[in-house]
Ligand binder design. Structure first.
Ligand code: AMP
Length: 282
C-alpha cells in the first residue's frame, strides 16, 4: 500500500493511475478502523481498479471539542488492516495540509432542511464541517466512485447533495451497516464504552428491529410506533435518548403514510458516549 501525507504526491500518483485508464474508488474515514470501514474497502475493490482510503480526523466537523480530543487513534493497526484488505493508497494528511489557510469555510453550501434536523440540530456546524472536508478530499482524489456507510444516514444524503450541487463527477455508493454479533452498529466510538454501557448499547439496535417489526402491524400508526421506540429506550436507566424518529428515507421529512419509504433514526448517549444508528423499515 502506498502511503502519502502530502496532497501533491497523492494527486500525482492518482493522475498516473487515471492516465492508465484505471477506475478510482475512494473511502474517506477518520481512522480507528473496524469491520464497517473494511467492508467499504472490499466493496470498493470489487467495483474499482484502485482503492484510495483517507484517514483524517477532521476538526471542523466536531461541535464538541472533548469529542474531538477523545476521538480514538489506532493508526498502526489501521495501516495493518488496510494492508490486509489490499487497499492501494492511503492518504494520511496533517491538519495544516488540509487547511493551510485556516478552518474558515468560504464556500459553504446551504443544505437547507436536511442539515437543520436530527444530527444537524443536535450537532450545530457538524454537517458544514463534514461537507467542507469531503469536498476538499473529493477534489484531491477525484474518484469515479465514493463509498460511504448507511450507518451515517443523514451524512450520506448530504454528501449526495454536495455532489449534485457542486456538479462533481463521482458516483456515491452506500454500503450497508456492519454490526457486532449482538446487533450493535460498529463505530469507532464503541471502544469508549465501559462494560456496562456496552451491554446497554445493544438496546439501540433491538429497538430499531422492534420498530421494523411494528411497521408491519396494520393497527399501529407511525406516531404510535415512534413513541413506542422512545418509551422502550427510556426504560433503560443509563440510556439518554436525543431523538428517535421515523422519517421519509429520501427526504428525512416527517411521515404519516406507511407506504412511503421509511427509515428510523436514533441518537443516544450511554456512559457519556454518543452513538447513532438507523434502520430502513420497509
Ligand atoms: P468514520 O470513520 O466514522 O467517519 O466513517 C467512515 C465511513 O465508514 C463513513 O462513510 C461511515 O458511514 C462508514 N461506517 C462507519 N461505521 C460503519 C459501519 N458500522 N458499517 C458500515 N459503514 C460504516
Amino acid at each position: 500500500m502506498l502511503i502519502f501525507k502530502k496532497i501533491k504526491d497523492t494527486t500525482g500518483k492518482i493522475q498516473q493511475f487515471r492516465k492508465q485508464g484505471l477506475k478510482i474508488g475512494f473511502v474517506p474515514t477518520m481512522g480507528a478502523l473496524h469491520a464497517g470501514h473494511i467492508s467499504l474497502i472490499k466493496t470498493c475493490k470489487k467495483q474499482c481498479d484502485i482503492t484510495v482510503c483517507s484517514i483524517f480526523v477532521n476538526p471542523t466537523q466536531f461541535n464538541d471539542k472533548s469529542d474531538y480530543d477523545k476521538y480514538p487513534s489506532t493508526i498502526e493497526r489501521d495501516m495493518e488492516m488496510l494492508n490486509d484488505a489490499k487497499c492501494d493508497v492511503l492518504f494520511l494528511p496533517a491538519v495544516n495540509e488540509m487547511y493551510p489557510e485556516g478552518f474558515e469555510n468560504k464556500s459553504k453550501i446551504d443544505f437547507g432542511y436536511l442539515a437543520k434536523i436530527l444530527e444537524g440540530e443536535k450537532r450545530p456546524g457538524h454537517f458544514n464541517g463534514m461537507a467542507q472536508v469531503v469536498e476538499v478530499l473529493l477534489r484531491i482524489v477525484q474518484p469515479d466512485k465514493l463509498f460511504m456507510g448507511q450507518k451515517d444516514y443523514q451524512q450520506q444524503l448530504i454528501v449526495a447533495q454536495l455532489i449534485k450541487k457542486r456538479k462533481l463527477k463521482t458516483e456515491l455508493v452506500v454500503g450497508a451497516t456492519v454490526r457486532e454479533k449482538d446487533g450493535l452498529a460498529m463505530s469507532s466510538r464503541n471502544v469508549r464504552l465501559d462494560a456496562a454501557s456496552r451491554k446497554l448499547a445493544v438496546e439501540i439496535s433491538k429497538t430499531l428491529k422492534e420498530t421494523k417489526a411494528a411497521i408491519r402491524q396494520p393497527k399501529l400508526s407511525i406516531a404510535q410506533i415512534q413513541e413506542g421506540g422512545m418509551i422502550r429506550l427510556a426504560k433503560f436507566k443509563g440510556i439518554e435518548t436525543e431523538y428517535f424518529e421515523i422519517r421519509n428515507a429520501e427526504t428525512l421529512k416527517p411521515v404519516k403514510d406507511k407506504l412511503e419509504k421509511l427509515v428510523a433514526l436514533t441518537a443516544v448517549k450511554i456512559g457519556g458516549v454518543r452513538l447513532i444508528d438507523n434502520m430502513l423499515l420497509n
